[in-house]
Design a protein around this ligand. Structure first.
Ligand SMILES: Cc1cc2nc3c(=O)[nH]c(=O)nc-3n(C[C@H](O)[C@H](O)[C@H](O)COP(=O)(O)OP(=O)(O)OC[C@H]3O[C@@H](n4cnc5c(N)ncnc54)[C@H](O)[C@@H]3O)c2cc1C
Length: 801
């Protein structure tokens, strides 16, 4: 056996094999896969082998599309069969909300180039004749849906990898992973120790145990899952063509042809987590005992939807475990806190996602970044706050909701509240309707009097509309207050802090007492963050950015740290409030003895507010006059009472995230992961105005930013007023220009201040000008839209006054 390798991939399921293949495909041939038994000895061998593109996250859907198209390539390279059945599939809708969701998905697919189609009941009966269409409104047809042979496909990946130079060691059990001081790894196996530069954990069902060997916790959990294969069915074997897949979300089932019969699997409500305290090492080639009681209701439902099933005997029951992360997406990328340790696990749909996971991982390892935004599957999207106790109920929730309608305004209830600030009970008493961000409870809006403290999930404007309007008007006409807890915050200190920031950030780094806004770019010029940098004293800076991206940002900082700089993630150590609106200055003046009038836009000051030591920054995401006031969490409530009491004569009103996201639309402020994400460059999104090309020295992404300055990118971010009705833009709706899809929305919503529906979108540069007329597809209808300038305080005089 080889004793040194550049990469040791642990695990020979479909995901490990795909990772290995993609590493060779992108040019690394000194790579090795270690499998404790034979290939496919985890979840992979008993999978139903179905694949599909449908995924609520657009980037995940694109990667699923990549995976499906890859199988032909694999067959061509290796001469092996993946057992492909490209039969197409339909996802049924039996109520309006489910149909709305499919229509919205179809709209997204237009820009992605996916040839899906909305079909009506008659067409469903023609495409999938064993379906009882009673009560069915319509369906989404996807010609790419199909199934394959799980074992054949895994072996095809393995052969293609071997052809690229990879080594595969079976019956090679990894028992320890020990890091050397230089960051490389000793991988201890029953066949000896391998010295590897990098480790990829593709341990599937055992990924938790493999992670533990490196003293990390990866948030995933196995669930039991069951599908049945029937005896021969005349309505199936009598057909000239193979029957397509049918996903029936109402019955929580997926169905396809298997030989001369059918195969049907269920995501049942009385589902069961498996191996709660760890996956046994001696598990692998067996199935779990049948448990038809668990799926009894689902089977009854299926008999009605597919009457042929009632007459078909059951030939076999496949009951096995597979793993989920708390949100159902994979856990991929560099594991925070470890060097040269990569995750490729938590992949619950290995045959839809395995190819995309392998490709992204290989790009990340070899090229330093992925070609698209992989936030949805980045292992760093969960923080240190995550525990097995949190993961388990979330995974159960995810399993149960596998076929549920996902609404854009939905807040899922399991494992909440998990993290709260000292304001939780005070805000709850004021009617807070809570949302969740990165494990933290965050106020969405405040319900009043007899309003329900629950936001109804919907694709249209919700019951939060009136409350949001109230809060927006309070900010624009008096003063609003909300927390700044949900900002990611970093303290950057040390002799080299300024020089380091100048290199890490593309923008200007402020002088003492000042702040600046700056993009953070990748080497390829993609947006990695939109930061506020403030300098309190020389060699001491505070950075703020997205709360949800704090682990991603921290990982980037650690990868690029220099010896004379210290970076600390203080997101939960610095909290406080932002106040915004025309009375914000009076409120702060009434709360401190400092000269508030002397604080100019983008100034930062250390001051006592009431009796609390605070850092005050004059800036506001609402576009209005505003201040962010940071304090220690222990002082949070004291600061609240100071501001709240002083604000009573000034019309102080607490506001939540719904109002904040409406207010920002008036000034066309983009938001992280909507307008600003690794999918886009600074020049595409207008963030280039914050790049300091005058800076001496290099900064990450400079070459690409310079090139974009010389030759502006083809697409550009613009803002439209939409002639909407009761539903606003969410994200990824197609933009039609001259009758064809030429752009897509990044986000949007309702501006309560102006009474307009607003959409932000990326469109070809040549079409971008004020007054440009386009059409945007919202909920299946084409809505006319016109490009506009900011609708509130266009010159920014209120914010700067
Ligand atoms: C009943 C059922 C039906 C399914 N149907 C579908 C479907 O239709 N479509 C779909 O896309 N997905 C389906 N899945 C899910 C699919 O099986 C998984 O997504 C996929 O198999 C995950 O592959 P993996 O490589 O991540 O993990 P695994 O298949 O679990 O592979 C992990 C591998 O790592 C090895 N390993 C672990 N620890 C060590 C160690 N210490 N040393 C060496 N080797 C180690 C194991 O032996 C194993 O071979 C189904 C799952 C089940 C249970």
């Amino acid at each position: 056996m080889k004793t040194t390798t550049r990469v040791a991939v642990i695990g020979g399921g479909v995901v490990g094999a795909s990772a290995l293949y993609h590493l060779t495909k992108l040019g690394w041939s000194d790579v090795m896969l270690l499998e404790r038994s034979e290939l496919t000895s985890g979840s992979t061998w008993h999978a139903a082998g179905g694949f599909h593109t449908l995924n609520g996250d657009t980037n995940m859907a694109a990667l699923q599309g990549y995976t499906i198209k890859l199988y032909k390539e694999l067959e061509e390279i290796t001469g092996m069969s993946c057992g492909l059945h490209h039969v197409g599939g339909i996802t049924l809708a039996d109520n309006q909300d489910r149909f709305d969701m499919l229509v919205a998905e179809r709209a997204k697919h237009r820009y992605m180039g996916l040839e899906t189609e909305i079909v009506g009941p008659e067409e469903i009966a023609r495409i999938a004749p064993i379906t009882n269409i009673d009560g069915v409104i319509g369906a989404l047809y996807d010609p790419l849906d199909g199934h394959l042979d799980p074992s054949g496909t895994t072996h095809a990946y393995a052969k293609a990898a071997r052809m690229g130079g990879a080594t595969i060691e079976t019956h090679c059990m990894v028992s320890e992973t020990n890091q050397r001081p230089d960051g490389t790894w000793d991988v201890v196996t029953n066949k000896g120790t391998i010295h590897a530069e990098h480790i990829v954990n593709a341990g599937g069902l055992w990924a938790r145990e493999v992670a533990k060997m490196a003293s990390v916790y990866l948030p995933l959990h196995p669930m039991e899952h069951q599908y049945l294969v029937t005896e021969d069915v005349p309505e199936i074997y009598g057909r000239d063509t193979e029957h397509p897949h049918v996903m029936d979300p109402a019955g929580e089932s997926y169905l396809r042809q298997e030989g001369r019969g059918l195969c049907i699997g269920f995501y049942e409500q009385p589902c069961k987590p498996w191996a709660v305290d760890g996956t046994p090492w001696d598990f692998g080639h067996e199935l779990l005992p049948d448990n038809l009681d668990k799926v009894e209701d689902s089977i009854t439902f299926a008999f009605n939807r597919f009457p042929v099933l009632e007459r078909a005997g059951i030939k076999s029951v496949i009951h096995g475990p597979f793993t989920f992360a708390p949100d159902g997406n994979p856990l991929v990328g560099p594991v925070p806190g470890l060097r040269n340790y990569w995750s490729a696990c938590g992949v619950m749909a290995g045959f839809s996602q395995g190819g995309g996971v392998g490709l992204m991982l290989a790009q990340w390892m070899i090229e330093g970044e992925c070609e698209r935004d992989v936030t949805a599957m980045d292992v760093a999207r969960f923080g240190k706050w995550i525990t097995p106790g949190y993961t388990r109920p979330k995974v159960v929730e995810n399993y149960q909701r596998r076929f549920s309608v996902s609404y854009p305004n939905e807040e899922l209830p399991a494992a909440r509240p998990h993290r709260t600030t000292p304001m939780y009970d005070i805000f709850s008493d004021l009617g807070a309707v809570w949302g969740q961000q990165f494990g933290l409870e965050v106020v969405n809006y405040f319900a009043q009097d007899d309003e329900p403290t629950f936001e109804q999930p919907t694709f249209r404007r919700s019951n939060a509309f009136d409350a949001t309007a109230r809060e927006v008007h309070a900010v624009r006409n008096a003063v609003g207050i909300n927390e700044v807890q949900n900002f990611g915050k970093f303290a950057v200190t040390g002799r080299g802090a300024r020089a380091w920031l100048d290199y890490i950030m593309a923008g200007r780094i402020p002088q003492i007492g000042r702040m600046s806004l700056t993009p953070m770019l990748s080497q390829k010029g993609r947006l990695l963050g939109d930061f506020t940098v403030s300098c309190l004293v020389e060699d001491n800076f505070q950075l703020t950015a997205s709360y949800g991206a704090q682990e991603v940002h921290n990982r980037w900082f650690m990868q690029h740290l220099s010896h004379d700089v210290h970076v600390r993630n203080v997101s939960d150590r610095r909290t406080g409030f932002q106040i915004a609106g025309p009375n914000a200055r009076d409120l702060l003046t009434a709360s401190t003895r400092e000269d508030v009038a002397a604080i100019k836009f983008l100034d930062v000051r250390r001051m006592t507010v009431g009796q609390v030591d605070c850092t005050v920054q004059r800036v506001s995401y609402t576009g209005d006059l505003g201040y962010e006031i940071y304090c220690d969490p222990m002082d949070h409530r004291q600061l609240w009472w100071t501001l709240w009491n002083a604000g009573q004569p000034l019309g102080i009103t607490p506001f939540g995230m719904r109002a904040m996201m409406s207010l920002r639309l008036d000034r066309h402020f983009g938001s992280w992961l909507s307008e600003f994400s690794p999918d886009y460059t600074a020049a595409e999104t207008g963030m280039d105005r914050f790049i300091s090309f005058k800076k001496n020295g290099d900064f990450i992404g400079r070459a690409v930013a310079e090139a974009e300055r010389a030759t502006p990118p083809a697409r550009v971010l613009v803002v439209f007023e939409v002639d909407a009705e009761d539903a606003d833009v969410v994200a990824y709706e197609p933009v039609f220009i001259d009758g064809t899809v030429q752009g897509f929305c990044t986000s949007g919503g309702y501006s309560h201040h102006t009474g307009k529906s607003i959409a932000m979108a990326l469109i070809p540069r040549e079409h971008a000008h004020i007054g440009k007329q386009v059409e945007i597809e919202i909920m299946g209808k084409l809505r006319s839209a016109v490009q506009i300038e900011p609708t509130f305080d266009r010159q920014g005089s209120k914010m700067r006054s």
